[in-house]
Design a protein around this ligand. Structure first.
Ligand SMILES: *Cc1c(COP(=O)(O)O)cnc(C)c1O
Length: 427
């Protein structure tokens, strides 16, 4: 059979029941797994055999769903995490520790910025934030001998800038480090960063992958393409024996395809325990089954809403890469030819106070700290998700005080537009 289409993978990937087995991915609601022989379990502990012994390390439900996401992204191995925050934390911490350095785009999610600039900094990992639109030379200047990774978001939340992934991948590879891309907003339906040179992809599955506002979760996907052995001295955790795991060398035992995810599971999940509950993985899978059908509708609604807003006199500026006037239109056409996401941001004349009046007057879109849901929702980042940033930091992340982030759901586009029109009249 030829390579399966993205829709077939969304529906059926990751789980193939045998004769008489459940058609739907079973929720394996068990912390532990039974063995007849002590040595059978011993082999699992030594990572000599594949199998399950304790759900903190691996669970069949989670593995099925991770395998689907892996196939969607075109990766070699993947794992689920308890949240998107954990996914980005593990993705970095798996290859960088105290005394190391990471180069990161300024245009990223506020929670990720805080994780990197505050919490990981306290753990001894330094970040240099670079303007993603700067030229190669300027970005290259941020690299140091102890740089271990480069990080960016395909479509930044909430700035909605589109990352030039090929440019970032080229710079990362010249400096011998992997490029990690948070692909939460476009999902693999609209962009597969590995095809553009990214080495590791992360997700907040809480967003479109779940898509129904049901369960917080995350995922990490490895391309299996980064050659850890070539830069062995930079990544000793992958290329030298792990004494905490009976001297296993991950690249030797699991190859380039499996080393990174096995290490993250065996060390980070073992020690930090941020697993996704199997029940939540089941909900996530329900979302994934319709991801390829939902994404085009989110994009269509967002495109029509963005066009309406861009012609409205009370709207100062609309950011949506599907608009020809948008700064990221060209990059969007290149990386997101079938649509970007359902999130539109815009600045109202009058700033934060007017933004609040507008949001409170909406009847369909609700005020929520959320995006990428079937139900439309709206937020003023400056007064909520990004309130820890000062004005200068907000500006460099591309966020104006009066910016409204509107996540277009799956409702009828005309109803969304009518609702926005009446709310704009009231503010
Ligand atoms: C929401 C989000 C996160 C954090 O994910 P959680 O599941 O809320 O922990 C990370 N990156 C991006 C781009 C996000 O939108």
């Amino acid at each position: 059979m030829n390579k399966k289409g993205i829709g077939t993978i969304s529906v059926q990937g990751g789980y193939t029941p045998k004769n008489g087995e459940p058609r739907q991915v079973p929720i394996v609601q068990s912390t532990t797994f039974k063995y007849d022989l002590a040595d059978d379990m011993g082999a699992l502990f030594d990572l000599e055999a594949a199998g399950y012994f304790y759900t903190r390390l691996q669970n069949p439900t989670n593995d099925s769903v991770a395998a689907k996401i892996c196939e969607l992204e075109g990766g070699s191995a993947a794992m689920l995490t308890s949240s998107g925050q954990t996914a980005n934390f593990f993705a970095i911490f798996n290859i960088a520790g105290c005394g190391d350095h990471v180069v990161c785009s300024t245009s990223i999610y506020g929670g990720t910025y805080n994780l990197f600039a505050v919490t990981l900094k306290r753990m001894g990992i330094d970040f240099t934030f670079v303007d993603p639109d700067a030229d190669e030379e300027e970005i290259s200047a941020a690299f140091k001998p102890n740089t271990k990774a480069m990080f960016g978001e395909t479509i930044a939340n909430p700035a909605l800038s589109v990352l030039d992934i090929e440019k970032f991948a080229k710079i990362a590879h010249v400096h011998g480090v992997p490029l990690i891309i948070d692909n939460t907003f476009p999902t693999p339906i609209n962009c597969r960063p590995i095809e553009w040179g990214a080495d590791i992809v992360t997700h907040s599955t809480t967003k479109y992958m779940d898509g129904h506002g049901v369960a917080v979760g995350g995922a990490i996907i490895d391309s299996g393409k980064f050659d850890w052995n070539r830069y062995a001295e930079k990544f000793p955790g992958l290329t030298t024996p792990d004494e905490s795991y009976h001297g296993v060398t991950y690249t030797k035992a699991f190859g380039l395809e499996g080393a990174y995810i096995t290490k993250a599971t065996a060390q980070l999940m073992r020690d930090l325990g941020a697993i996704q509950a199997p029940q939540n993985a089941f909900y996530l899978n329900m979302g994934l089954e319709s991801l390829h059908v939902r994404m085009p509708r989110h994009c269509q609604n967002a495109q029509l809403v963005a066009e309406f807003l861009s012609e409205h006199p009370k709207v100062k500026e609309v950011t949506y890469c599907g608009l020809k006037s948008d700064k990221y239109y060209e990059l969007g056409q290149k990386y997101l030819p079938n649509g970007s996401c359902g999130v539109v941001s815009f600045e109202l004349e009058g700033g934060k106070e007017v933004a609040k009046l507008f949001m409170e007057a909406l009847k369909i879109a609700a005020i929520e700290t959320h995006v990428a849901d079937a139900r439309s929702c709206v937020l003023n980042p400056a007064s909520t998700t990004h309130r820890q940033m000062n004005d200068e930091e907000l500006r460099s992340a591309g966020i104006a005080p009066g910016l409204v982030r509107l996540s277009c759901g799956l409702e009828d586009s005309q109803d969304l537009i009518d609702d926005i029109a009446q709310a704009l009249e009231k503010c």
